[in-house]
Design a protein around this ligand. Structure first.
Ligand code: GTP
Length: 345
């Protein structure tokens, strides 16, 4: 059954009609309509899939390390120098590469690592340790509504990730609501609306050019009135006016806080793995401006640059919440440091 809730918002602007589109059907009905129920995948099967998707990264890193040590008897200065080039070109960055090489040298010196064939395993352990950032888990049950602000530059996959994440929440029995706070690009709200339709969740949007803060303000009212569990806010990735993107996002953040002092409960930065080292700069900028609570790395299916997440985790000490492995509904997976390290190295 399709229900429409229309609300004229005279306070924000005279013309802003907030449309809360809601479909209220039983979860079982929705699941069969959507027809995308994730089959229960074993851990081994998932690992195989992740390795497969990260195939290019593996070629570039795991295979290169294997080729490097092939036939070598000792880990010597020359081998470490060659390893340095491999790690830097796998987007691990100069700082993280030096850190990893120092750890290798220490282990060799302490005679904990002597066999070149164990080099890949040793690096993998170090990588896993860096990626295992200690942080409280993302727990949507700790607040109602649990507000997630999705940020990132344009094209990284924010909208797609919101759709996939909302789908996951629905499967967990939660009611999500999508909020189109990128009002600068009409296509952005339309794309989010298509996701809302596809996964059958309500969306709050206003017409193009509306004030994003007004959209969010109204959306939080609607979420509270309708007892929504999780609010997912899609934000702009690029400003088409003179307004500075970071200033706009900060304003949005203030509006959320004013309405719900504990919110946003998560500020998730979406990074496109294919951009390599650019992702490091983006993470720094967004962290300085807003303070991020977690990362989502998308497009790992088509890149040799997945390694970029390692220097980001090492420098900013931020947990990776999810990884995107494709464009399908179930291609967003919770991040697992051990599985990721094993898939890359
Ligand atoms: N291969 C692949 N493509 C992805 C993934 N995530 C998103 N995409 C694609 O990346 C493109 C951009 O995604 P969007 O979700 O529109 O990105 P956005 O950050 O919302 O972009 P703006 O609205 O311009 O700010 C789309 O074609 C998505 O289908 C992923 O994990 N793998």
């Amino acid at each position: 059954m399709l229900k429409w809730f229309r609300k004229k918002d005279g306070e924000a602007t005279t013309e802003t009609a907030v449309e809360v589109e809601a479909r209220q059907e039983s979860p079982s009905q929705t699941e069969s309509e959507v027809g995308t129920e994730e089959p229960q995948e074993t851990h081994a099967a998932f690992l195989a899939r992740l390795k497969n998707r990260l195939a290019k990264s593996r070629e570039r890193l795991a295979d290169r390390v294997d080729r490097l040590v092939l036939g070598k008897k000792h880990i010597d200065a020359e081998l470490i120098e060659d390893l340095e080039e491999i790690l830097v070109t796998a987007d691990l960055g100069v700082h993280t590469t030096q850190f990893l090489l120092d750890r290798v040298r220490e282990k060799v010196k302490r005679k904990e690592l002597q066999d070149p064939e164990r080099l890949r395993q040793a690096l993998r352990e170090e990588m896993e340790a860096i990626l295992s950032v200690q942080a409280p888990p993302m727990d949507p049950s700790r607040a109602k509504p649990f507000v997630i602000m999705m940020i990132g530059v344009n094209g990284v996959g924010k909208t797609t990730t919101i759709g996939k994440l909302a789908h996951r929440f629905r499967q967990d029995g939660l009611t999500p609501m999508l909020v189109a706070a990128d009002t600068f690009r009409a296509a952005a709200a339309e794309q989010l609306e298509r996701w809302a339709e596809r996964i059958q969740v309500p969306i709050v949007r206003q017409q193009s050019g509306a004030d994003p803060s007004a959209v969010v303000f109204d959306a939080l009212d609607a979420a509270m009135a309708r007892h929504v569990d999780v609010v997912l806010i899609d934000t702009a990735g690029r400003m088409h006016t003179k307004v500075n993107l970071m200033e706009e996002l900060k304003k949005l953040h203030r509006v959320i806080r004013r309405k719900l002092p504990e919110a946003p409960h998560e500020i998730l930065l979406v990074l496109d793995a294919t951009t390599g080292q650019n992702a490091v700069n983006q993470a720094r900028l967004f962290q300085d401006a807003l303070g991020i609570t977690g990362l989502i790395l998308t497009k790992l299916d088509g890149t040799a640059k997945g390694g970029v997440i390692v220097p980001i985790c090492q420098e900013l000490r931020l947990p990776v919440r999810y990884i995107g492995l494709g464009e399908a509904l179930d291609d967003l997976r919770p991040f697992d440091a051990a599985a990721f390290a094993r898939a890359v190295l």
